[in-house]
Ligand binder design. Structure first.
Ligand code: NAG
Ligand code: NAG
Length: 410
């Protein structure tokens, strides 16, 4: 039956060509640092990224593509995201990677839109996220020392990295994916433990799971003392700072750790975080635009934190010490609003980028239409005391001393 044979060969030929091209391409895809010319090299060509932060865990999956497309249309060539460990491992050994938790799909979407990805998998991420992304169940072991070589902490971290990083490996740039660089820990120099062996442990595990050729980096605030505990040989040291900072002085701090290599601001603050009971933080568009212009004119790579903040759904909002809780909104006064709407800041940032790089032509997806729901009436059902059976069906917890949420398994 020659007909059948022909159909088969027609099917086979494109498949073989496709995979051969993929392999060929993968082998020539490289992302590295050119220390001699103070820049990144992408496939051997000088490269700098203009990136924006978006946290998939703060935007419903339904909207991922819309937000990413708006970022692309602003002229960004990369996005940056944290991975929140506690979002994916709510109980020890119980993992969630589907729906709104599908970080691989999120990264693939960015890839399909032609955006590169800067991955920040922690394990600690801060991010004004509950416990900085560390699962609360770590505290069941009362002696645990977080972000150190404490054996209980390292065992949990090691197990988690063994789940997450193998999923990320095929998404690395050199393997045909969009991930160009991977951050280790987060502003570790700001934490009291200052445990180099902990950073060395992470460095080894990241290389074990992601390969020797992955480009690892750290990020710290712009103070020499912060880079002292936050930087480690073999992890490219970058800094973070906002529009109110002397840029020359800030990059001189990075140069103390990295005398050569690309200048990188890993968190250029487009706005600022909020605390309960305080007015919404804002940063003026003019200040952001002129500072961004200054950073780009130095040939530096930059990530805008946040490009879209989004929402702390449920109880995922974090808090600072002394206790100051973050609210549900993580709007951040970013170029895209909490609802993903285009703002004056969005167009100002786009105008600045346009002076340095080609910005894609074509329509920008519009802001989402709003709907007035009218008056929503709330009816009193019960007092908290009357509702205790519903709120705590297992009955009261009795203790002489107050207990933590962890101890009562809340
Ligand atoms: C590599 O892949 C790109 C995009 O898929 C394609 O345009 C290009 O021709 C490929 N290069 C080679 C050498 O196969
Ligand atoms: C910024 O910092 C540099 C380097 O420390 C210094 O020379 C310069 O005077 C500063 N500029 C301003 C406006 O303070």
């Amino acid at each position: 039956m020659p007909g059948v044979v022909r159909i088969l060969s027609l099917l086979l030929v494109p498949l073989l060509l496709g995979s051969a091209r993929g392999l060929h391409n993968a082998s020539q895809r490289t992302f590295e640092i050119d220390y001699g010319h103070n820049c990144f090299l992408k496939d051997g060509q000088p490269f700098r990224y203009i990136s924006g932060s978006i946290h998939y865990f703060r935007v419903p999956r339904f909207y991922w593509k819309d937000r990413l497309l708006k970022m692309k249309m602003a002229g960004l060539n990369a996005i940056q995201t944290y991975v929140a460990w506690n979002f994916h491992e709510p109980q020890p050994g119980q993992y969630e990677f589907t729906g709104d938790h599908d970080v691989e799909h999120f990264i693939q979407l960015a890839h399909e839109l032609g955006l590169l990805v800067i991955l920040r998998p922690g394990p600690y991420i801060c991010a004004e996220w509950d416990m900085g992304g560390l699962p609360a169940w770590l505290l069941e072991k009362e002696s645990i020392v977080l972000r150190s070589c404490d054996p209980d902490y390292l065992a949990a971290v090691d197990k988690w990295l063994g789940i997450l990083l193998p999923k990320m490996r095929p998404l690395l740039y050199q393997n045909g994916g969009p991930i160009i660089t991977v951050q280790v820990e987060n502003e570790y120099g700001s934490y009291y433990t200052c445990d180099y062996n902990y950073l060395r442990f992470l460095q080894k595990r990241f290389h074990y799971h992601l390969g020797e050729d992955v480009l690892l980096f750290t990020t710290d605030g712009v103070h020499e003392s912060l880079l002292q505990c936050g930087a480690l040989q073999g992890l490219y040291a970058t800094v973070d700072f906002g529009a109110d900072v002397n840029i020359t002085a800030a990059f001189l701090i990075q140069r103390k750790s990295e005398p050569q290599g690309p200048l990188v601001n890993s968190e250029f603050y487009t706005g600022w975080l909020d605390h309960w009971g305080q007015p919404h933080s804002t940063v003026k568009t003019k200040a952001v635009a002129s500072s961004l212009h200054d950073i780009l004119s130095r040939g530096a790579s930059v990530n805008m934190y946040m490009f879209i903040g989004g929402t702390n759904f449920a109880y995922w909002n974090g808090a600072n010490t002394p206790y100051q809780a973050q609210p549900t909104s993580y709007d951040y006064d970013a170029p895209l609003s909490e609802a993903g709407d285009l703002s004056e800041k969005y167009f100002a940032v786009r105008d600045v980028i346009q002076q340095f790089e080609k910005v894609p032509e074509g329509p920008i997806p519009p802001s989402t239409p709003k709907f007035a729901y009218g008056k929503v009436g709330l009816k009193k059902l019960k007092t908290v005391e009357e509702a205790l059976d519903i709120l705590c069906p297992s009955g009261p917890v009795k203790s002489v001393y107050p207990l933590t949420f962890i101890q009562v398994k809340q």
